[in-house]
Write a protein that binds this ligand. Structure first.
Ligand code: NAP
Length: 322
């Protein structure tokens, strides 16, 4: 059987595409993702506390709750969902396209919507990965892990100087004290409002011009400290912490495409038609963070997912596939 449209990914872009495609009678299948260990289906909002800037929620909304609501809305239109399943590989060299999923199942589809998002970056220090893979105090998700007893009333560090670092630092002050923000420059990248909110919090201390040399600790206690180098003075010093939280940006999830779609120099999918979601292969559309290094917001991702579904619907009609 050849599907009319398959949607890869289940963040705001994927679910919005699914809702629109289902309502257009395209009977879409969503490969939900979350198949990689340490990941969750639902995208980055699953790792966000309060979403305050999505219109329609005047009091704000919890990120996980919001994604559950997106999914429920898709289910209302009988979208077929392959849970905890992602695309392992695709063959876009001929139509219908072929998709092999992470359970080993092979699919064929006339149109494809890629909304696989982006994943957290790591410093890739040996010590960081050692404690991370053993669950001993290194994480890229304060929202998921911040409430663990390990961090209660202890000092912790957030690495990064963007909005995520400010948000996670502010969130962690509920549990930890002090919360260090370790930033490699003397100026933050974060928006003014997020900076102000974080910097006025007495529990937050910024360690400027600092890079991390090593995460310190042992198998019994987990993370106990970090070794920092001052980029101006080259001085090295150790700081006591119980948790090491990364907030240094994300990389678009395109590895499974194996170079079959054009990307920009940062790895984001290139959209080839003005204002549209068509990628470099006809019949393949993309929406959300995987194709957007500029806006990267839930609302823009949802908007792109909507556009991708409408583009796919029109393209299928042009091909005589209704
Ligand atoms: P980001 O804006 O790319 O910031 C990444 C930060 O990590 C930068 O400060 C960067 O330093 C630092 N960094 C990157 N690689 C590093 C390395 N190898 N070592 C040390 N530091 C490193 O990423 P983000 O904060 O995740 O935000 C991504 C997007 O989501 C942004 O558009 C942001 O506005 C949005 N966002 C919005 C909200 C909200 O509105 N509620 C919350 C979170 C994120 P440099 O500054 O020196 O480059």
């Amino acid at each position: 059987m050849t599907e009319k449209v398959m949607i890869l990914g289940s963040g705001p872009a994927g679910w919005t595409a699914a809702i629109y495609a289902a309502r257009a009678n395209l009977d879409p299948v969503v490969l939900e993702g979350g198949h990689v260990q340490g990941d969750l289906p639902g995208g980055q909002l699953m790792f966000t506390t309060e979403v305050e800037n999505y219109p329609g929620f005047p009091e704000g909304v919890d990120g996980q709750e919001m994604m559950m609501a997106f999914k429920k809305q898709a289910q209302r239109f009988d979208v077929r969902i392959e849970e905890y399943t992602g695309a392992e590989s695709v063959d876009l060299s001929q139509r219908p396209f072929k998709v092999k999923d992470s359970q080993g199942k092979e699919w064929e589809t006339h149109a494809l919507i890629i909304s696989t998002g982006a994943s957290a970056n790591w410093l890739n220090l040996e010590s960081e990965q050692y404690f991370r893979t053993r669950g001993l105090g290194v994480t890229a998700c304060a929202t998921c892990d911040g409430a663990f007893p390990r961090y209660r009333d202890k000092p912790i560090a957030i690495i990064g100087g963007g909005d995520s670092a400010m948000e996670e630092a502010t969130f962690m002050t509920k549990f930890s004290n002090p919360v260090y923000i370790v930033h490699r420059r003397d100026e933050l990248r974060a928006s003014k409002i997020m900076q102000e909110r974080a910097l006025k919090n007495e529990k937050i201390k910024v360690l400027w011009n600092s890079t991390v040399e090593e995460v310190l600790g042992d198998d019994e206690k987990g993370v106990t400290g970090m070794r920092l180098r001052n980029t101006h003075t080259d001085q090295v010093n150790d700081v006591e912490i119980a948790g090491f939280f990364l907030a240094i940006g994300h990389t678009p999830n395109t590895a499974f495409l194996n170079g079959q779609l054009e990307t920009d120099d940062k790895g984001y999918l290139v959209l080839t038609k003005p204002h549209g979601t068509q990628t470099s292969v006809e019949g393949v559309f993309a929406g959300g963070d995987v194709a957007d290094s500029t806006y990267r917001q839930a609302i823009t991702a949802a908007g792109m997912g909507c556009k991708a579904a409408i583009d796919a619907e029109r393209w299928l009609a042009e091909q005589g596939i209704e």
